[in-house]
Design a protein around this ligand. Structure first.
Ligand code: ADP
Ligand code: MG
Length: 246
């Protein structure tokens, strides 16, 4: 079974027009349904790591295999199976979309060009909104919602895709304490249902209480790959040499 797996073998990636690799020779393997937290200081390469897994950057060395597919050769197919909630995204206050429009967009990549959503697509979008508790917002203009509400809509959009892997970059940053634990529980339940969850986060209070995996990064490398309980992550990351956190 390769669904939901991530295998990196000596992977380096650089941004277009730069010779300097941001990610340097990273190797790890993540099994389906694992709950992984990626930590480390600003500029360590955490966002770049997620973009590498999602096939958005040229791999200059090594091989990345996601859901059994070689990322360099099959980026589009990889992105159909991977949900990616990007960092600090905010909608234009005048964006002409409702919450319902934004969530169904999560299905568009699966539909192909010019095809209209069908019943199963609408059903997937409704299920995702229900899971996030945002059904009441369905007809509201997206740009008029708070940052935390928009964050939940973006998570629902990605879940509507029914991804095998869900990547989230600082998903808790706009959320209050209550919403953090609510979203933390949702992510735990989707990992239990077999979807691999990889979160970049500095907010450790919303992590599941059970055993999870921490990958700490520093200067483009993995500085720690360990398992611990969610409530031990902060302590483990703080103990790393040179750790400075925003
Ligand atoms: N689009 C880009 N072009 C060139 N360099 C980039 C780009 N985005 C990020 N970088 C550089 O890559 C390094 C890692 O960035 P990033 O992955 O965003 O770190 P983190 O998410 O851990 O804060 C930083 O040195 C940053 O300046
Ligand atoms: Mg980042």
């Amino acid at each position: 079974m390769t669904a939901g797996t991530i295998e990196l073998s000596g992977v380096s990636t650089a941004y277009e027009g730069s010779d300097l690799p941001v990610i340097r020779g990273i190797s790890f393997s993540i099994a389906a349904g694992e709950f992984v937290v990626v930590g480390g200081p600003n500029g360590a390469g955490k966002t770049t790591l997620l973009e590498t897994i999602n096939g958005m950057l040229p791999i200059t060395n090594g091989q990345a295999t996601v859901c059994g597919l070689d990322v360099a050769a099959h980026g589009t197919e990889v992105r159909k199976r991977v949900g990616y909630v990007i960092q600090n995204f905010a909608f234009d206050p005048l964006a002409p979309f409702t919450v319902g429009n934004v969530v169904i967009m999560g299905r568009y990549g699966l539909l192909g060009y010019g095809r209209q959503p069908r019943e199963e697509d609408h059903r997937a979008a409704e299920e995702a909104m229900h899971l996030l508790g945002i059904e009441d917002l369905v007809d509201r203009p997206i740009g008029k919602l708070s940052g935390g509400q928009q964050q939940k809509v973006l998570i629902a959009q990605n879940l509507a895709k029914k991804p095998e892997i869900l990547l989230l970059d600082e998903p808790f940053s706009n959320l209050d304490l209550f919403a953090r634990s609510f979203v933390g529980e949702i992510l735990t339940s989707i990992a239990e249902a077999g979807c691999t969850v990889v979160i970049v986060s500095h907010a450790f209070d919303a992590l599941p209480g059970h055993d999870i995996r921490i990958l700490a990064m520093n200067e483009g490398r993995i500085s720690m790959d360990a398992h611990c309980r969610g409530d031990e992550v902060e302590e483990r990351i703080r103990r790393l040499p040179g750790a400075v956190h925003a």
